[in-house]
Design a protein around this ligand. Structure first.
Ligand code: C2E
Ligand code: CA
Ligand code: CA
Length: 762
């Protein structure tokens, strides 16, 4: 086979294969497929020539048929290819017609005129195809790449050189073959270039479309090649990161918004998405811009392609406002509005969190703190003053407690302190609170003294879950309330159950008020010198079925909380008066009976009328009744107390000041109240006979004497205390040394036997 033909065939093969390969990579470039296959079909032309040259009939005839068919195929594929290149559609029927037409013309030409006429036909057809193609591709209007315009002329040239053989026969064959090879190479290269240009054009068209869409997107869109190079960012994305151009949006800038601990993880996700190991990934997190702005971003990564490279598309939603609004709502739900401290819900969350089972149990302290008599304070000074006091207490607690101690306000006058540690931590916290409360608080230009009762629960000793701890601390706090002044109590195991049902207790109390479950016991007071019974103090008891004895400290407080105190107080007063009347009817000698009055009862302007009505109903003379009011209630609402006491005194009822020495009553106050006695608080009698305590008690007695007041020492438990109290100037003594509170029948015996005991010495 001649060398020229081999080269010719090789060029057809290479160009054909290259074009088909391009089509396989980018199937939108259909023209490369047709022209590629046209080239491969053309491969058969030089081969067939080589066969024709050497063989006689019948191979010769078969060769002619093959040649005619190949020429038909080549021409048809060329037309289809250039039509695609020119964006024209050639229907199947037309394609078949072209193919059959070209085969027929070639076959006839070869049959009649041999290779000479056949070549003429092929040259003419190919030139015409070239002209048609040039017409299509040069037609104005269509935007074409520069290389495409060369396709038509090259095809014309390829057609024209085939006339060389027609005119010069065999001597021109070599030139024709060489020129054909060169032109075919040139055509192949032009087509490959056109394909590349078209691909690039298509890609940029797509990219423009993408960018147009992305530019209007409210979501941030960023394309990055791995975590090395950000190749695209839409305006929303630039805005999120606070920059104005892509150039400013460097990888390191984006990385800096990610907390250091997370960076490695984020890089790994990006790498996995880009490599296709995972199809996409999402996360939501807080980010910080260099200018300090905090962002809350939702980020979604997808795999994508960018200029033929694997890339990662990142969709970024700036959820900052939404997140902040949510956080604010959560904060609000966890915060007490008045003091700005965390509230009860926050406390429960914190306790639950701290009680979670962990490998190492971290012990902690819960202290519940309830201000004493705050309700009273509120009623006396008005709620706005009360609010200011609560704010002052909240601020002060926050100030004195360590930074890692949680300070919360639960409700009303109740605060909570939570801090890591054990008993020693609790001791430190309690003493800090005690120090705080030993000082007056300045509120609205007034000095306010406050007392509080503290209940302490320790985790895990007192209880192991949040609710039980709270119950335990609450129960302990209620026990602490029984001790006047600021006092505390550590929760014991049984407290956990203790006040679990405060609500239930309040309900039960409502039903018990007028029932026999509640009754009075009577504790004697005796003359300090003679030991003779001088009077009784009525003390309330509640024997709750299936529950046992409930301390009056608890149920009186519950009644005050729930507003039942007026009904309960009235009921107790009536019972006491009925008892006085019963004793009077039975025994010739009677003694006065003191009834305790809740400060809340005293605040009710109708109270004196209520007393008068009950006395009248029971037929009791007013001088047999004494009312014990507490010092604190008088201090907090002096004007009203003065008026009420005055009214009661005018009715003939005696009024004594209870728990004297625990509050901060002034001399002035004692003077302005028309009292008959003061009862020195147990807290001051207990340390007797220590010289300091004697000095205090003596001072009170001297003061009382000057004001013509009787002095009663309460809580006398030992003869030494009794002696000291008497020497200090107390006229009457009361306490377990003489008698515990007694049931009426025992009290009556006391009355009968002791009333006649003259000159009893102590
Ligand atoms: P209070 O008015 O100071 O009553 C004296 C309390 O001291 C009584 O406790 C009494 O049992 C107790 N006590 C008496 N002598 C001694 C003693 O020598 N040593 C010790 N350690 N304690 C002694 P109780 O009965 O538990 O009452 C506690 C508080 O409950 C009373 O304190 C009073 O504030 C209130 N309360 C009791 N009954 C009534 C009532 O009918 N009405 C009102 N409003 N409050 C009441
Ligand atoms: Ca009393
Ligand atoms: Ca008392």
């Amino acid at each position: 086979m001649p060398y020229g033909l081999i080269i010719n065939a090789a060029v057809s093969l290479i160009m054909g294969a290259a074009l088909v390969y391009v089509w396989r990579r980018d199937r939108t470039q259909t023209f490369t497929r047709y022209i590629g296959f046209a080239n491969l079909a053309h491969l058969l032309v030089p081969l067939t020539y080589a066969v024709l040259d050497r063989h006689a009939e019948p191979v010769h005839t078969v060769g002619w048929i093959v040649l005619a068919t190949v020429a038909g195929l080549y021409t048809t594929l060329l037309i289809l290819g250039t039509a695609h290149l020119a964006n024209r559609v050639v229907s199947k029927q037309v394609s078949v017609a072209i193919f059959l037409g070209v085969v027929a013309i070639n076959a006839l030409a070869l049959q009649w005129g041999g290779i000479h006429l056949g070549q003429l036909a092929v040259a003419t057809i190919n030139t015409m195809v070239g002209v048609l193609c040039a017409y299509w591709l040069w037609k104005p209007g269509a935007t074409r790449s520069s290389s495409e315009k060369w396709v038509g002329p090259l095809l014309v040239a390829l057609g024209l050189i085939q006339y060389i053989y027609v005119f010069f026969l065999d001597p021109g064959a070599d030139i024709q073959s060489t020129l054909g090879t060169l032109l075919r190479m040139a055509l192949g290269l032009v087509l490959l270039n056109a394909a590349l240009e078209r691909s690039a054009m298509d890609a940029s068209k797509l990219r423009h479309r993408f960018e147009r869409l992305a530019a209007r997107s409210l979501q941030g869109i960023m394309i990055s090649i791995g975590d090395r190079n950000i190749v695209y960012a839409n305006p929303a994305c630039l805005a999120i990161y606070g920059v104005s151009s892509l150039a400013e949006l460097t990888v390191s800038r984006v990385a800096k918004t990610i907390p250091e601990a997370e960076r490695h993880h984020v890089s790994a996700i990006i790498a996995q998405v880009q490599s296709g190991e995972i199809s996409d990934a999402k996360y939501e997190a807080e980010r910080h811009r260099a200018d300090g702005t905090t962002l809350w971003l939702r980020v979604h990564y997808f795999q994508t392609e960018w200029d033929g490279d694997a890339a990662v598309q990142v969709l970024i939603t700036d959820d900052t406002h939404h997140h902040q609004a949510n956080q604010a709502l959560i904060q609000q739900a966890l915060r007490d509005e008045l003091t700005g401290l965390p509230n009860r819900t926050a406390l429960l969350n914190s306790l639950r969190e701290r009680c979670l089972p962990r490998e190492t149990t971290a012990s902690f302290v819960l202290i519940l703190m309830n201000l004493d008599r705050f309700k009273l304070f509120n009623e006396a000074h008005g709620p706005s003053m009360g609010d200011q006091v609560l704010q002052a207490v909240g601020t002060a607690l926050r100030r004195i407690m360590a930074a890692d101690c949680e300070v919360m306000r639960l409700a009303g006058d109740e605060f909570a302190l939570v801090s890591a540690g054990k008993g020693d931590a609790a001791v430190a916290m309690v003493s800090a609170v005690k120090d705080l409360l030993s000082q007056p608080h300045m509120v609205a230009g007034q000095e306010i003294f406050l007392d509080a009762s503290l209940g302490i629960a320790l985790y895990p000793n007192s209880a192991r879950d949040a609710e039980s701890l709270l119950r335990a601390a609450n129960a302990a706090m209620h026990v602490a309330k029984r001790t006047p002044g600021t006092s505390y109590r550590l929760a014991e195991k049984e407290f956990e159950r203790g006040s679990s049902n405060a609500f239930e207790q309040e309900q039960a109390l409502r039903a018990a008020i007028d029932s026999a479950e509640i009754y009075l016991v009577y504790q004697p007071k005796v003359d300090a010198r003679t030991g003779r019974l001088t009077s009784f103090e009525a003390l309330a008891r509640w024997s709750r079925p299936d529950f046992g004895e409930v301390s009056p400290v608890d149920f009186i407080a519950a009644a005050e909380r729930t507003g039942l105190i007026n009904a309960l107080g009235k009921s107790l007063l009536r019972r006491a008066c009925q008892q006085i009347a019963a004793w009077h009817a039975e025994y010739p000698v009677g003694v006065p009976v003191a009834v305790n009055v809740s400060p809340l009862q005293l605040l009710d302007p109708r109270f004196p009328n209520v007393v008068a009505q009950i006395l009248q109903d029971c037929g009791v003379e007013p001088q047999w009744l004494t009312l014990e009011i507490t010092e604190s209630s008088a201090v907090q609402n002096l004007a009203q107390t003065i008026a009420q006491v005055e009214q009661l005194r005018q009715m003939g009822v005696q009024v004594a000041m209870d728990d004297f020495g625990t509050g901060f009553s002034s001399l002035n106050m004692l003077r302005s109240l028309h009292l008959h006695a003061v009862k020195i608080d147990r807290g001051l009698i207990d340390p007797l006979p220590s010289p300091d305590a004697i000095a205090v008690v003596r001072a009170i007695c001297q003061l009382a004497e000057a004001l013509h007041l009787h002095v009663v020492a309460e809580g006398v438990e030992t003869p030494a205390q009794a002696e000291a109290a008497r020497l200090a100037g107390c006229g009457e003594l009361q306490g377990f040394l003489y008698a515990k509170p007694l049931h009426p029948e025992h009290a009556a015996q006391w009355m009968v036997s002791m009333a006649d005991t003259h000159d009893a010495t102590l």
